[in-house]
Design a protein around this ligand. Structure first.
Ligand code: NIG
Ligand code: FE
Length: 422
């Protein structure tokens, strides 16, 4: 067979093959590892995966890349980000260090609303310009596909402006973005005390407007921040039911600080994922583990807030659930682009094994954003989104932290970065 590129001599080739769905329960502890592995790419797609001697025999490649014993794996998929926004909130971080809580700052008109003001004042081009360096850092840290939420516009026009910025970013740089509409991220200041009117705007106007956008701009998912001080369970249900009727996939921010029943709602509505899951009661963890909803845990958020409670991920996996990990990259709670750091946190504070954390950051993450058929694992027929890490074993991804282990990044078979730090 002919190929454009053959990568040989991976010390460990992590294939993450998953038989078509996310890995669940005990199956999460399996990387589909091939020692001394190789992978062949043609036209941006993987055509063969196996031991190096076998692929050297069967593949005629235009170019060969020797991984020299390094780890080769799929690009990270980051399935929950707010990576498009204007400004920053470093001042609020300092306020929190002095004792103010995240939700107190939000109730006083800051928090998400601060970023909304900056984002409303920015043009779509400004948003692209400000977000490009963040996406570059994501790529440098190995993320090749990510979800990108709106939610800092909170008017129909500003939410659509964010969706256009996400579409432009998709054209201008290699990290592939899957757009999510998060019009129900906060009650904007002009609706203070009148949340119902804002919910009506989301349900009656914003959702139909964004669902009617052309391919490439239209969001794939609708998300809601279900929390005291944001949207109630009943308001979240109304918004998500409308989104479902319009053909959008569903996601929900649930139980970040307080359990309102959002996890059960995600299961009832057949959401693609339920995200955050910190204060989730045991019965809802069980319900989630037994459902097809993917649990997306965001350990960078409690870490970023200097909190001590994390997702009960061990209980979820031990009951057969499918867990994914994401950064939650955002200017408030988690200004972090690195899935490597998220893996390090997940192993320490949620007791994931290194293999479980890598599964959660690749194949399961891809399924959480409807991309599991195309990215997240190294198998014939999937897009050639490939990392070479400058480490001899995958366990380094959990054990080391705070430095970048990515050596080479390929997106759609194209070399985007090579020879990065060790
Ligand atoms: O997932 N909690 C709601 N949304 C984000 C934070 C967004 C922000 O503070 O700007 C989150 O943590
Ligand atoms: Fe979030």
């Amino acid at each position: 067979m002919d190929a454009d590129l053959l990568i040989v001599n991976a010390g460990e080739l992590l294939t993450l093959v998953s038989r078509g769905g996310p890995r669940r329960g005990a199956d999460m502890d399996d990387l589909g590892l091939i020692p001394g592995g190789a992978v062949a790419v043609r036209d941006g797609v993987i055509v063969s995966v196996g031991p190096t001697d076998e692929l050297r025999r069967t593949i005629r490649a235009a170019r060969t890349l020797d991984a020299e014993g390094r780890v080769v794996m799929p690009g990270f998929v980051d399935p929950h980000t707010h990576c498009v926004f204007a400004g920053h909130r470093a001042d609020e971080f300092e306020m929190r260090l002095k004792g103010a809580s995240y939700m107190e700052i939000m109730a006083a008109g800051g928090g998400i609303m601060n970023t909304v003001r900056a984002t409303r004042a920015a043009s779509a081009d400004d948003l692209v310009r400000e977000s490009l360096p963040r996406l570059r850092r994501m790529l440098e840290h190995g993320t090749t596909t990510a979800e990108a939420k709106t939610g800092y516009g909170l008017t129909t026009a500003d939410e659509i402006k964010m969706l256009h910025a996400i579409a432009a970013l998709n054209r201008e740089q290699p990290v592939e973005l899957v757009p999510t509409f998060l019009g129900a991220h906060a009650i904007p200041a002009e609706y203070k005390g009148n949340a119902e009117a804002f919910v009506a705007l989301v349900v009656d106007e914003m959702l139909s407007a964004v669902a009617a956008l052309p391919d490439g701009v239209r969001p794939r998912f609708c998300d809601v921040f279900c929390e005291d001080g944001a949207f109630s369970l009943e308001q979240s249900r109304r918004i998500l039911e409308r989104a479902k009727a319009l053909g959008l996939g569903l996601k929900i921010h649930v139980d970040e600080f307080k359990a309102l029943g959002g996890t059960a709602l995600a299961v009832q509505l057949g959401a693609a994922s339920a995200d955050h899951l910190v204060a989730t009661p045991e019965d809802e963890v069980r319900m989630l583990a037994q459902s097809d909803v993917i649990a997306v845990s965001l350990p960078g958020t409690p870490f970023g807030l200097a909190h001590h409670e994390y997702t009960p991920a061990r209980a979820l996996i031990d009951q057969g659930g499918a867990l994914a990990l994401a950064t939650d990259l955002n200017p408030g709670t988690c200004p972090c682009e690195s899935m490597q750091f998220i893996i390090a946190l997940a192993c320490r504070y949620m007791r994931l094994t290194p293999a479980e954390a890598i599964v959660a950051a690749t194949v399961n993450a891809a399924h959480a954003i409807g991309m599991g058929h195309w990215v997240g694992s190294l198998e014939a027929g999937k897009q050639a989104d490939i990392l070479i890490l400058d480490v001899p074993t995958y366990r380094m991804l959990a054990y080391r932290f705070g430095t970048n282990m990515v050596h080479t990044v390929l997106k759609r078979g194209e070399m985007c970065l090579s020879g990065l730090g060790a």
